[in-house]
Design a protein around this ligand. Sequence first.
Ligand SMILES: [Zn+2]
Length: 237
Amino acid sequence: MQLLPDIYVVGGSLVGLTGSQVSGPFDDCNVYALDLGSEILLIDTGNGDSWPMIQENMQQWGLDTRKITTALITHPHYDHAQGAHLLQDAGIKLVAHAYTADAMEKGDERCCGYLYHRVFTPVSVDRILEDDEQFSVGSLSVQSIHLPGHTLGCTGFLISWRGKKVLFSGDVIGTLGYGHFGWNGSIDFDKQVYIKTLLKLSKIDFDVMLPGHGLASFTHPRERVEESLNEALMVWR
Ligand SMILES: [Zn+2]
């Protein structure tokens, strides 16, 4: 499904591509594909079971899956990162924050395999990011923004795209299409850190938010961040 010119959501429950259904309709994340012309960038990998369907979906949109060079990982949870080893086997470079990379390399409980009654497949990330880092994928400049709380490695990716600032926010804000927060059961979930992240994110300017699950926000996405911040301040202290 095309969301913006040359940006597609190619995996996740909104397009019916969840792959396994092992724990209900939200067991896979939104996977986004950005057509950069000479190459394609993915945001997150999905749960692995959905990888064949993601590729099929891309082909239906005329996206040549052989052009995928890079996948940016928002955090190590199974539904976002279990597919990473399959992508790496296909020659796709993995990029993630140092904490997320460490969790993925160990494949430990921070990856939440237990939640899906599966074992996370450990994988080494190819490029490890600092907390906030400007880097390039082909001609595209990407700003990573460390947004810990839902997990301690959560990272948003901010880009300028055809005159709009687009944030891939992972599971920081309302991840099931409703509610204000990402799931709070992760072993490295931290309320106080999460509040600081919401304060940080509420000061960052962006026009479109493309989250790890649920609906995209095309108007006033920061209002959702501010609602989350308000709720966090009320209920988490
Ligand atoms: Zn998550």
